[in-house]
Design a protein around this ligand. Structure first.
Ligand SMILES: *Cc1c(COP(=O)(O)O)cnc(C)c1O
Length: 378
């Protein structure tokens, strides 16, 4: 038995949509992208979605669109994928980390005000594993200090907290369609927002800062010369990506139901097991279940993963090391072990287990049995 860590859920429907695009005129950003953006914005309950090439690109552009620049500071969490902090660096700003909550691994909102300086421009929370950070508290802080909020919502499309969804209390929420995210086109991303002017600006910034996209110019009645008003990037979404994503939006809620089932099966199976801890799901949270994570003895973590692999259960780590301890961040900013002890301790203990709609009950049972055996034998 081999239980893969992740298997995508693309079907005939997505194939048919891609086929239509391949048989059509435009492969780069055009009507399919528009269609996907409308559908996705509708799902999120925000006014606009802007399709881009990745969540990294989405965060970079969102920071720029709200004026984050060289010399600014952006507060974020060290317990995330490096993309979160890298996007801040791309915007020319400095990432300022605060430690995380030990129950959830999310940014500890109570520590944010301590690191706010005159240079602070933004807060960039991550909804780790699919459980939203405390957006109400973060919003209050942002308002008190006149800061913007950009959400790294790579793990959280469908989640809610206290009735709040991604994109509702922030300037923008950024999503990922990378291969192991809930909805995928292999690579891809989107920005969800409610701001009319910024939606236009982001559409420009994702394509060199050009006034009109290729398809807009081609389908226009008369020849229109190109102009460039801002320095933009090459971050646009292709029609092929949009075609793969479009049918998935309608299926998101159904897929989430299956992931909820799997997550609660794991949770029941592991609760009370010696040497397995799990992140706490806080009251008021509707979890998006992008990752199912267990926390084990850090001295045995790697051995456990290797044993799981030997037994045919795919497991990965989200995220180790924490961003501040990556070589580049140590070298550039002088971070060292002990700087963010809670993030470090979670990072060292963490194992992500298979969680996707195609996981069968048989595979799930095998994964649970194997995890329990491996942990009790180590
Ligand atoms: C996957 C991921 C990203 C990056 O997404 P891309 O689409 O690959 O750029 C950012 N943040 C978190 C928390 C992620 O898991």
């Amino acid at each position: 038995m081999k239980v893969e860590f992740c298997r995508h859920n693309l079907s005939k429907e997505e194939l048919r949509e891609v086929e239509k695009v391949i048989k059509s005129l435009f492969l780069t950003t055009a009507q399919k992208t528009d269609e996907f953006e409308k559908e996705f914005a509708g799902f999120l309950g925000v006014k606009y979605a802007v399709g881009v090439s990745s969540c990294t690109a989405a965060m970079h552009l969102a920071l720029l669109a709200w004026g984050v620049k060289r010399g600014d500071e952006v507060i974020t969490t060290p317990l995330s994928f490096m993309a979160t902090a890298n996007s801040i660096l791309y915007a020319g700003a400095k990432p300022v980390f605060v430690d995380v909550e030990k129950e959830t691994g999310n940014i500890n909102a109570d520590l944010i005000e301590k690191v706010i300086t005159k240079k602070t421009k933004a807060i960039l929370p991550v909804h780790l594993y699919g459980q939203m950070a405390d957006m109400k508290k973060i919003k209050k802080i942002a308002d008190r200090h006149n800061l913007i909020i950009i959400e790294d919502s790579a793990h959280c499309i469908e989640g809610q907290r206290d009735g709040i969804r991604p994109g509702q209390l922030s300037q923008a929420a950024c999503f990922s369609f990378h291969a192991i995210k809930t909805m995928t086109s292999g690579e891809g991303g989107a920005i969800g927002l409610n701001d009319d002017a910024r939606a236009l600006l982001l559409r420009k910034l994702r394509l060199h800062g050009m006034t009109k996209s290729g398809s807009q110019r081609y389908f226009g009645k008369e020849y229109q010369p190109q102009d460039m008003e801002e320095l933009g990037w090459k971050y646009n979404m292709s029609e092929i990506q949009a075609a793969i994503l479009l049918p998935q939006v309608k299926k998101l809620n159904g897929f989430l139901e299956r992931r909820e089932e799997i997550a609660s099966f794991y949770r029941k199976a592991f609760s009370g097991v010696k040497d397995i801890r799990m992140p706490v799901v806080l009251p008021g949270v509707k979890h998006a279940h992008n990752q199912f994570v267990i926390w084990v003895d850090p001295r045995k973590r790697d051995l456990i993963i290797n044993n799981l692999k030997d037994q045919g259960v795919g497991a990965i780590v989200n995220f180790y090391p924490p961003i501040h301890l990556l070589k580049f961040y140590r070298r550039t900013f002088g971070f060292k072990e002990g700087d963010f002890p809670v993030a470090e301790s979670i990072s060292k203990s963490t194992i992500s287990l298979p969680l996707y709609p195609k996981l069968t009950n048989q595979e799930l049972n095998y994964a649970v049995k194997t995890v329990k055996e491996v942990i009790s034998n180590n």
